[in-house]
Design a binder for this molecule. Structure first.
Ligand SMILES: Nc1ncnc2c1ncn2[C@@H]1O[C@H](COP(=O)(O)OP(=O)(O)OP(=O)(O)O)[C@@H](O)[C@H]1O
Ligand SMILES: [Mg+2]
Length: 264
């Protein structure tokens, strides 16, 4: 389905006109997007565009003030976060947020708190240790002593332990070296293919995100301003200019769309 539009009905997740605010600050101004089952969808956007807010409204951390969020056909926008995790949405938050004083092993088991199938949990632990062997080596160590990249691996693994159908990933490349970023994205691609996990990935690193994802949305100040297959987004001059740094003149985080009007 590389070049095809996502077909309605195949979507595991749909957002329709979602609005969300923090007090007087309106962060989402009517976001509509779809995530087809089995695919990787990315939302690109500069600092403050509302990327993390999209993921927080999906996982129930904040309630949208308007609009619908449908997961597997049912509305979830007023469900609480633990209901949402139990029903198959895992969230890897921005900045990892591992429990620093708990061991790697304890952090992973926290990810499985909604489950009671000991054999399934054990086999999922083996699975994440196979993706990230370093975590197995460090499994008795406090998570706070891991490097940033290792903590990112732990955060992804912890989300996998809830055996999500849909995984929300908030800037997995943040603060990582280019090499480690590549490694993490390679594993994100493998998790999608090998575990069949659908992934909604928000990123500022458009290069990597557009390479690993099937379909992409561009978010600007709480609004989707563009969407297309990643293949076509990669070819668009404005995406190249503002997100891939090919002719970049803007300061990171203060980019403006040159031809903004034609997309509205
Ligand atoms: N807890 C909060 N209280 C008040 N305003 C907030 C809060 N969290 C986010 N905002 C505001 O909401 C808007 C969207 O923020 P959000 O964190 O979703 O952006 P983002 O695209 O994830 O940015 P970044 O790339 O920097 O992570 C911003 O204007 C931000 O200042
Ligand atoms: Mg963010």
């Amino acid at each position: 389905m590389k070049d095809a539009e996502p077909r309605v009905g195949d979507n595991i997740l749909e957002l329709a006109n979602v609005e969300a605010s923090y007090g007087p600050v309106q962060a989402l101004r009517g976001v509509t997007l779809a995530v087809p089952k089995g695919k990787i969808v990315t939302v690109l956007g500069a600092n403050g565009a509302g990327k993390s807010t999209i993921l927080k409204t999906i996982s129930g951390i904040i309630d949208p003030s308007k609009g619908q969020i449908r997961f597997e056909g049912g509305e979830i926008q007023r469900r609480d976060p633990s209901w949402i995790v139990r029903h198959g949405i895992g969230h890897v938050p921005e900045g990892r947020e591992v429990f620093p004083l708990l061991t790697v092993d304890e952090n992973l088991r926290m990810g499985a708190y909604t489950r009671s199938d000991a054999a399934g949990i054990a086999s999922d632990l083996d699975m994440v240790y196979a993706y990230f062997p370093i975590l197995k080596e460090r499994f008795r160590q406090e998570a706070g002593l891991l490097s940033g990249g290792q903590q990112q691996m732990l955060a992804i693994s912890r989300a996998l332990l809830s055996r999500p159908k849909l995984m929300l990933m908030d800037e997995p490349s943040l603060g990582l070296s280019p090499l480690l970023t590549q490694e993490i994205f390679r594993i994100i691609g493998r998790i999608n293919k090998e575990q069949g996990t659908t992934i909604l990935l928000v990123e500022q690193n458009a290069n990597m995100a557009l390479e690993v994802a099937d379909y992409g949305y561009v978010l600007e100040v709480g609004r989707i301003v563009m969407e297309d297959t990643c293949k076509r987004l990669l070819e668009k001059e404005d995406v190249q200019e503002f997100y891939l740094g090919m002719k970049s003149q803007g300061v990171r985080g203060q980019r403006r769309w040159k031809k903004k009007k034609q997309w509205r």
